[in-house]
Design a protein around this ligand. Structure first.
Ligand code: NIG
Ligand code: FE
Length: 409
């Protein structure tokens, strides 16, 4: 049924309404009309109440924004790596722990031991908690199975979640090139070749992934190892997103640019050539400040990325190793506090820009007629308050397609 929400402040994130002084396209004393799950109209309260006089009106107390879009998560993980975390806090290195059989491979053991049903249940609970924080779309990567059946198991769990209207929208990403499993006996070339020739085509044929990701870094896969997998992905009609430059610049940004990837993620270490290539190819940068905070790293070269015109997305990187959180608002807080993004840049990076990086610009990420009524009513008068919650939930209502995702707790 059609209805009107009124709000003291509506943050549309609609580029058609944005100006230099108001990059978020804000309407004060506003209203939004929702019909059949879509935004029918937005405007001032006076305009909307005059134009849609027959529709029921519900007042929302605080600011309304588009539903948040988390463009980078490893959400279908199992277990915890708290023991490893304690070791790391005492000085052990992330890459050294991985080399000793911990890290991603530890999560692999937990996923391999779990059924699809168990992974799906864990994922659904996690997605529900994310929704409570204001998130209405979540990209979910595999990457903790690392063999044909176990990667597929994670993607099947993601597919189950994507069938549920009571959870956020889900975008599945195949990340077999996340780490080398022990049975591959150190042969990264052979592992990548198997993924490209055999596993990936089967995943694509089953419709289980929309994107393919690869971890291109010094202790992970080289650009040469990842390239055939990514080219195959494109041939199969899948998009490409890449983990690049978390520890070293091994040419991942250039690779992402050559492939016209949808996003390049992390970028703590990227040189001027890589940045120029990303800008020229229009590849969005997904910033993951929770990961660099956990790993005690310096921020990516934000000023250089911004100056080059690279569009910025902010993701949670939710995973049990480098970003032990489920909170995109926490990532926004750190993007502002540690990376120097403005609150508006951070919010656009978790709405419109994140949706665009997922190929969902025509579905979600802004509040304008024709897009889904994915929105959050916040317990704040102003959107700047969203980037400083420091750990508490401040949503009043979270709608996906006009329907409440709350209560989920
Ligand atoms: O984005 N760097 C690679 N992948 C994840 C970490 C995954 C893990 O440690 O389990 C990341 O930081
Ligand atoms: Fe990641």
């Amino acid at each position: 049924m059609a209805r009107i929400l009124t709000t003291p402040r509506l943050v549309t994130c609609d580029p058609a309404r944005a100006t230099l002084a108001d990059p978020l396209g804000v309407i004060d004393d506003a209203a939004i009309v929702i019909a059949e799950g879509l935004v029918l109209a937005v405007g001032t309260r006076a305009e909307i109440l005059a134009g849609y006089a027959d529709f029921p009106v519900e007042p929302a107390g605080g600011v309304i924004t588009p539903g948040l879009v988390d463009a980078h998560t490893h959400a279908p993980w199992m277990g915890s790596r708290d023991g490893e975390y304690a070791l790391r806090m005492a000085g052990a290195g992330y890459e050294a722990i991985a080399a000793a059989g911990g890290g991603i491979v530890a999560s692999m053991r937990a996923v391999r031991a779990a059924s699809v049903e168990a992974i799906a249940a864990e994922l659904a609970a996690r997605l529900g908690r994310m929704a409570a924080l204001g998130v209405t779309t979540v990209e979910c990567k595999s990457g903790y199975g690392l063999d044909e059946a176990s990667e597929r198991k994670q993607l099947e769990a993601i597919a189950e979640a994507s069938n549920r209207a009571d959870l956020p929208r889900v975008v599945p990403t195949y990340l077999a090139l996340h780490a080398l499993p022990p049975e591959a006996a150190g042969d990264r070339d052979a592992y990548a070749a198997t993924v490209a020739a055999k596993w990936l085509p089967a995943i694509a044929a089953a419709g289980l992934a929309r994107f393919v990701d690869a971890y291109v870094d010094r202790a992970a896969f080289s650009a040469d190892q990842a390239r055939p997998v990514l080219l195959r992905a494109r041939d199969l009609g899948l998009g490409v997103r890449l983990h690049v430059g978390q520890f070293a610049d091994v040419g991942g940004a250039e690779l992402a640019s050559a492939l016209h990837a949808s996003s390049v993620d992390h970028l703590e270490i990227v040189g001027p050539q890589g940045i120029a290539a990303l800008a020229a190819a229009g590849v969005r940068a997904v910033l993951l400040p929770v990961a660099s905070f956990t790993l005690r790293q310096d921020p990516p070269p934000i000023a250089a990325l911004r100056a080059a015109g690279v569009r910025l997305v902010v993701g949670s990187d939710a995973n049990p190793g480098t970003a032990p959180t489920e909170s995109l608002p926490l990532a926004l807080a750190l993007a502002v506090r540690s990376y120097g993004l403005t609150p508006a840049e951070a919010l656009l990076g978790a709405t419109r820009e994140a949706a665009a990086s997922l190929g969902l610009a025509d579905v979600t990420g802004a509040l304008r007629p024709g897009l889904a009524a994915d929105l959050v009513s916040w317990d704040f008068a102003h959107e700047n308050a969203i980037v400083q919650p420091w750990g508490t939930r401040r949503t009043i209502a979270v709608l996906r397609g006009g329907r409440p995702l709350l209560p989920v707790l």
